[in-house]
Design a protein around this ligand. Structure first.
Ligand SMILES: Cc1cc2nc3c(=O)[nH]c(=O)nc-3n(C[C@H](O)[C@H](O)[C@H](O)COP(=O)(O)OP(=O)(O)OC[C@H]3O[C@@H](n4cnc5c(N)ncnc54)[C@H](O)[C@@H]3O)c2cc1C
Length: 130
């Protein structure tokens, strides 16, 4: 595109309510909030495009995941440690770009390396024992 685009996300109950709206009403709702946040110029948009994920088979209903139990201080470390040979990989566990596809790829590579190391160590142990 030859001009800037502003992307907004709506999730949870709001997304379900907005799912019912037609394009003009949805644009009005989004514009109203942008004007509240940024001022009247935010109403001066060139175009509007929507992507509704509420019935997308691959989206579970939220952009990303958060551990919200404040007592679960070790949750991330525990999940990252896994229970070898079982390892977990998810965007949320990534040391970089958590919550994005890039993060999912980084976390997947880290988990894959751990699994390969586990398999190689099991093979080496078996070879030295025979
Ligand atoms: C609406 C929306 C828009 C997004 N836009 C962007 C974007 O523009 N750019 C970007 O970088 N990121 C975006 N993201 C975030 C990105 O999609 C995620 O960060 C990424 O897909 C996470 O990858 P993952 O492999 O960690 O998890 P997921 O892609 O969620 O993969 C988990 C998989 O596990 C499966 N699963 C769950 N439970 C079980 C079970 N019990 N048994 C077997 N399988 C199971 C699920 O079906 C799913 O296929 C968006 C997310 C959403 C929801």
């Amino acid at each position: 595109p030859d001009h800037a685009a502003l992307v907004v996300f709506a999730g949870g109950p709001l997304a379900l309510r907005w799912h019912e709206l037609g394009e003009a009403d949805l644009r009005a709702q989004v514009t109203m909030r942008l004007v509240e946040a940024l001022g009247p110029e935010a109403a001066d948009s060139l175009d509007f495009s929507r992507r509704d994920w509420t019935h997308d088979g691959w989206s579970g209903g939220a952009y990303s995941d958060l551990i919200i139990d404040v007592t679960a201080r070790d949750a991330e470390r525990t999940i990252l440690a896994g229970a070898p040979p079982l390892h977990f990989a998810s965007s949320e566990l990534s040391p970089s770009f958590p919550g994005y596809v890039e993060g999912a790829i980084v976390a997947g590579r880290i988990a894959a390396r751990r699994i390969i190391a586990d398999v190689q160590s099991a093979i080496a142990t078996r070879a030295s024992g025979s």
